[in-house]
Design a protein around this ligand. Structure first.
Ligand SMILES: [Zn+2]
Length: 379
């Protein structure tokens, strides 16, 4: 008998207080578009958005000693929801387009390319898939430039020409920075470029440390302290009339070996499945023709309360992805499985690297969905 999950998923607050609403509001605060400024951010000539990969709201609240500067800013702030799946590919899509996932189409770490029987991995973009064709909506940066605001993105050189960057961040001048010090200095420099500037700066290592060592490790807390210093240095060097915002793309949960459900060790979970997409905390399950109902029943039965398992229509209707464009529906699995608690739906054969990770994210728990939205000067 199926045991239903006891908890409820946190459905992202699209249109109200989600990551997409933050970037829409920042641009609106620079252009004086009050209707588009859903979060009511103060009008400014320049804004800097610091994106810390993997800094969940609950994690920040639990590590105040390691991050005194950010914790002070968090004291009077409310978290946002990042969107589903709570993963970098999707969240950079939401930041970069100011649209919810169902509209920008960056629907997960690995999603099916409709009609091609293969997956598109957003972090290892296939050379034969045109990023513009995959995500054709205008980006935040293209809209900023059209409104007379100079857009700059600062991050590692390695990401400069990636498919993900071209799909979600095109239109920004890309300035490479290979260290925390360079990230701060180059972002501050860029803010001086013109009277109206939008600078986004992205830091990846906190997420990477969390994946390997877990968020309960000394390594994670020490890395967080570096991030705290980075934010403080940026805040201390802003040109007059600049707002600094600090946000994350998702949180994280620690998934122990005993909490990993291995699809490659339970043959029933592969029955009728054409492609297994997503990642351990958020699976897109693409069924063979005619098999969707059976796959749904099997996944619900075997996973029980360890995941919220819905057919595509229901996940869409419940608002997990925000409003979904008709043309993008097929990128969503016939069955969508979002892990509860600290569970992970791994595939040890197909995905040995991902399976070995300890920190994971993707689902609809508060640990993953809630992200800080910090402002300096404080709002
Ligand atoms: Zn990650």
């Amino acid at each position: 008998m199926t045991r239903e999950p006891r908890t409820s998923p946190i459905v992202p607050s699209y249109g109200d207080s989600s990551l997409a609403d933050l970037s829409a509001s920042i641009l609106a605060s620079l252009t004086g578009d009050t209707a588009g400024n859903v979060l009511g951010l103060p009008a400014a000539g320049r804004a800097c958005l610091l994106i810390i990969d993997g800094l969940g709201w609950e994690l920040l609240r639990a590590h105040q000693a390691a991050a005194p500067f950010l914790s002070e800013l968090a004291f009077n702030s409310r978290p946002l929801t990042c969107g589903f799946p709570s993963t970098t590919v999707t969240s950079l899509g939401s930041i970069g387009t100011a649209l919810p996932p169902g509209s920008h189409g960056m629907l997960g770490y690995q999603v099916a390319i409709p009609g091609e029987h293969r997956l598109l991995n957003g972090l290892h973009w296939p050379k034969d898939v045109d990023p513009f064709g995959w995500q054709p909506k205008p980006t935040l940066f293209e809209r900023a430039a059209a409104a007379g605001v100079t857009p700059v993105h600062v991050a590692l050189r390695a990401f400069a020409d990636s498919g993900l960057t071209r799909a979600t961040l095109r239109g920004a001048q890309y300035r490479p920075a290979s260290s925390l010090g360079a990230l701060a200095a180059i972002a501050v420099d860029a803010l001086h470029d013109s009277e109206r500037t939008l600078v986004t700066a992205y830091h990846a290592d906190l997420d990477g440390v969390g994946h390997v060592y877990g968020t309960n490790s000394a390594a994670w807390a020490f890395q967080l302290a570096h991030v705290d210093r980075l934010a403080e240095q940026l805040a201390g060097a802003l040109p007059l009339g600049t707002m600094l915002y600090v946000v994350a793309d998702h949180g994280m949960v620690n998934v122990g070996a005993e909490d990993k459900i291995d699809v490659d060790a339970i043959p029933q979970l592969r029955e009728g499945v054409a492609l297994l997409g997503g990642e351990p905390r958020a699976r897109h399950v693409y069924a063979r023709p005619g098999a969707a109902a059976d796959v749904l029943a099997t996944w619900q039965d075997i996973l029980g309360e360890r995941a919220w398992v819905l057919p595509r229509d229901e996940a869409v209707k419940d608002g997990w992805f925000g409003p979904v464009d008709d043309a993008l529906t097929e990128r969503i699995g016939d069955v969508v499985a979002a892990a509860t608690g600290a569970n992970g739906i791994v595939a040890s054969g197909a995905e040995p690297n991902e399976t070995a990770l300890y920190g994971m994210h993707g689902s609809l728990t508060s640990a993953e969905q809630l992200i800080p939205m910090l402002a300096f000067p404080s709002l």
